[in-house]
Ligand binder design. Sequence first.
Ligand code: ADP
Ligand code: MG
Length: 238
Amino acid sequence: MGQIQLNQVSKSFGKVEVIPPLDLTIEDGEFVVFVGPSGCGKSTLLRLIAGLEDVSGGHVLIDGRDATETVPARRGLAMVFQSYALYPHMSVRKNIAFPLRMAGMDKAEQDRRVENAASVLNLTDYLDRRPGQLSGGQRQRVAIGRAIVREPAAFLFDEPLSNLDAALRVGMRLEISELHKRLKTTMIYVTHDQVEAMTMADKIVVLQAGVIEQVGSPLELYQRPRNVFVAGFIGSPK
Ligand code: ADP
Ligand code: MG
């Protein structure tokens, strides 16, 4: 399961309200992209869902349960950080197993999950290497592997490809889409890149200054943008 509901969720930093109260429902298994210009509140919204920031108002419901009263580790969501968040001194195997080791999981079960994730991500031959001995794309896969082993209800990605070069970015985009088809797990993907949004999403959430301008499929947004902002943003890939 992985339905995520935001009910009147808002966020202020001090006196500045960066996200006025908003409602949003993400269905189980959907690939949802939050897109909008830099500073519009994409990361903040993702962090509110993950529990890495406390909401100023409203509630986050995960499969109908109020997550705002649950510590982040118990929400069953896995945030995929950029590949540079890997531990350089640990092997790929240890990096992937890290959240399981922290949770005190049985070693045999840890191994089973790591082998599984490695096979899904084509990393089986690299498990004993260190991150420094891998390509950028492989490092990004290790970061994703660390999320997969937790068997989360949803994956949360915050601009995971922004530090990869353009060619690699296209490949990784496809890989993440393939992964979604395979796992059928809810994914929320944050980007400021319209092309990523249009090619990856089942549903796009367009944000401007913390406000949802429109929610819809790539085709709906392209054919029936609700306003000039959406039309301009979706219609003019960089
Ligand atoms: P995006 O990810 O879309 O670029 P962010 O969610 O990072 O945008 O930021 C949204 C707004 O909230 C920005 O104006 C940013 O400066 C502000 N902001 C984000 N985090 C903090 C923080 N910890 N303290 C104060 N302001 C913040
Ligand atoms: Mg951001």
